[in-house]
Design a protein around this ligand. Structure first.
Ligand code: GDP
Length: 532
């Protein structure tokens, strides 16, 4: 445990920070993320019975109307966090929605982690969504631990899979374990670091076997062709080189574990790998400086808002990643965007089936803060200094729709409801400067269904979506205020304001956008906005 080796000489805060691992799982649907999550939580003792993660999700659905969309389509819309302890370490696992229409949510969640586990189906290799999420991780230099799952089934050749990771992701691979036998004959793994065999079907201690000793291997695993396995192990050691912690932490190299989530095999090795190698809470970039996790004063940012976790209270939970210092329940913090102070009276930790009041939390932890709309995605909370964290992005929508309200008497209510839901990150709202009805923008079409459903269920508003004359929205800026104002004035029918009042240019087509860009070279048209 590299990070813990200095622990005895550091402060109590540094010790707490150093034992935290905050991570997410990235994968293509069906690769086994849910199954792996359950098994990881079992290790931490967070749940007694595997299967409860899904059971929990089902229960939530029946309690909450808008989630019927999720039930009907059998997809997971909700992002949440699960905290568990294992061997003295605190793991915060941030869950991400499986469906790509909610990828905005996933991207925002990835701003709050320090590492990620990439789950690959051994039969399928790298799939589309894995690659896309990997690219987001790479942009943020998030180190990746790889878990090749479903080894109990016929799959592709492990050398092929490693080769595919290296070639398609430009990521060096270093196997930590190696599969013994394949598919139906999969018998266990050889731990290349520790030099021992772990058997699939027997709950026994690992059996030490020197690499290259095929007789010892044959004795330990009689069901496999030990000569071939010993050759493979020798080849892997030679071809893949040594594990390099710095290269991993910089995102150039991934340790690879083989296993079977459903058989709870290889999961313990994966968890140990995360503990040993995954970084503790990283330094976080703020507008004015880098903030170190071990600084005394609390700082945190909101990366997700979730409403209706408890429909009886119509509450809204802001998920906050602590970036530095310590949170103590009841403490006062400043919300930097508004300058207002707020008391953290009921911060919460989330477990598999439960939540509990967080009396204390440290940098790296994720807590939920109940609020009635004061907190927005991207907000920074601080104990003292006015810092603002960068990097919770908004993405230019792929789909724009006008919202039509048959009952004009409810216009004010709709305005407020759209504001609420945009603050939660359900959709983006653009209010045209010319006073025409609001436009909503989404990255995936399912977000529109969620919006319509929630407007009806929670606000009693029946709305229709109409096509908009605009196809694209871009945030605009210019070197000087005059240049921006002059552009806004001369294009007033194509300008809207986003949630923060920032100007957005709406283009009728990609051609229109290009044309305006050429005519107004001073204007920058951005398709990503970093919320400050
Ligand atoms: P997710 O969509 O990534 O969350 O995937 P799930 O965890 O829901 O798994 C998808 C399917 O693969 C389910 O039917 C699981 O039972 C199955 N599965 C998951 N892990 C394994 C495994 O290690 N071996 C086998 N054979 N099936 C698995």
């Amino acid at each position: 445990m590299n990070d813990l080796s200095h622990a005895s000489t550091s402060s109590p805060l540094a010790r707490e920070v150093e034992r935290r691992r905050t991570f997410a799982i990235i994968s293509h649907p069906d690769a086994g993320k849910t199954t792996l999550t359950e098994k990881l939580l079992l290790f931490g003792g967070a749940i007694q019975l595997a299967g409860q993660v899904k059971a929990k999700a089902d229960r939530r659905n029946t309690r909450s109307d808008w989630m019927s969309i999720e039930r009907e389509r059998g997809i997971s819309v909700v992002t949440s966090v699960m905290t568990f302890e294992y061997q003295g370490l605190v793991f915060n696992l941030l869950d991400t929605p499986g469906h790509e229409d909610f990828s905005e949510d996933t991207y925002r969640t990835l701003t709050a982690v320090d590492s990620a586990v990439m789950v690959i189906d051994a039969a399928k290799g790298i799939e589309a969504r894995t690659r896309k999420l990997f690219e987001v991780c790479r942009l943020r230099d998030i180190p990746i631990v790889t878990f090749i799952n479903k080894m109990d089934r016929e799959g592709r050749d492990p050398f092929d899979l490693l080769d595919e990771i290296e070639k398609t992701l430009a990521l060096s691979t270093v196997p930590m374990t190696w599969p013994l036998g394949r598919g139906r004959d999969f018998a266990g793994t050889y731990d290349l670091q520790a030099g021992h065999v772990r058997l699939l079907d027997r709950d026994t201690a690992p059996i030490p076997v020197t690499a290259g000793d095929s007789a010892a291997l044959a004795a330990a695993v009689p069901s496999i062709d030990a000569d071939t396995a010993a050759e493979e192990i020798a080849l892997v050691r030679e071809a893949c080189g040594e594990f390099d912690l710095a290269a991993f932490r910089e995102g150039h190299m991934t340790p690879v574990f083989f296993g079977s989530a459903i058989k709870n095999f290889g999961v313990g090795d994966l968890l140990k790998g995360l503990g040993d190698y995954a970084p503790p809470p990283r330094d976080q970039a703020a507008a004015t400086r880098m903030v170190a996790a071990t600084e005394d004063n609390l700082s945190a940012f909101v990366f997700k808002i979730q409403a209706n976790m408890d429909p009886n209270h119509r509450d809204r939970i802001a998920f906050v990643r602590l970036c530095s210092g310590k949170l103590t329940r009841g403490m006062k913090v400043k919300q930097v965007r508004t300058g207002k102070s707020m008391s953290l009276n009921a911060p919460q930790f989330f477990f598999a089936q439960d939540r509990a009041l967080a009396e204390e939390a440290y940098a790296g932890d994720v807590v939920g803060i109940p609020n009635h709309g004061a907190l927005r995605i991207g907000d920074t909370l601080t104990e003292r200094e006015d810092i603002a964290f960068l990097g919770v992005p908004s993405f230019a929508p792929e789909i724009l729709r006008r919202v039509r309200l048959p009952d004009a008497m409810k216009a004010k209510k709709l305005r407020d409801a759209l504001q609420d839901l945009a603050e939660e990150g359900v959709v983006q709202v653009f209010r045209p400067r010319d006073g025409s009805p609001a436009l909503v923008g989404v990255v995936g079409a399912l977000q529109l269904d969620v919006l319509q459903n929630r407007l009806e269920a929670e606000y009693g508003l029946e709305i229709r979506f109409e096509p908009s004359e605009f196809a694209l929205a871009r945030w605009i800026s210019a070197p000087t205020k005059q240049e921006l104002e002059s552009f806004v004035t001369s294009h007033s029918f194509s300008i809207a304001e986003d949630l923060d009042g920032d100007p957005v240019f709406m283009a009728k087509s990609a051609f229109d956008l290009r044309y305006q860009g050429e005519r107004s070279p001073a204007i920058v048209f951005a398709d990503i906005k970093d919320v400050k």
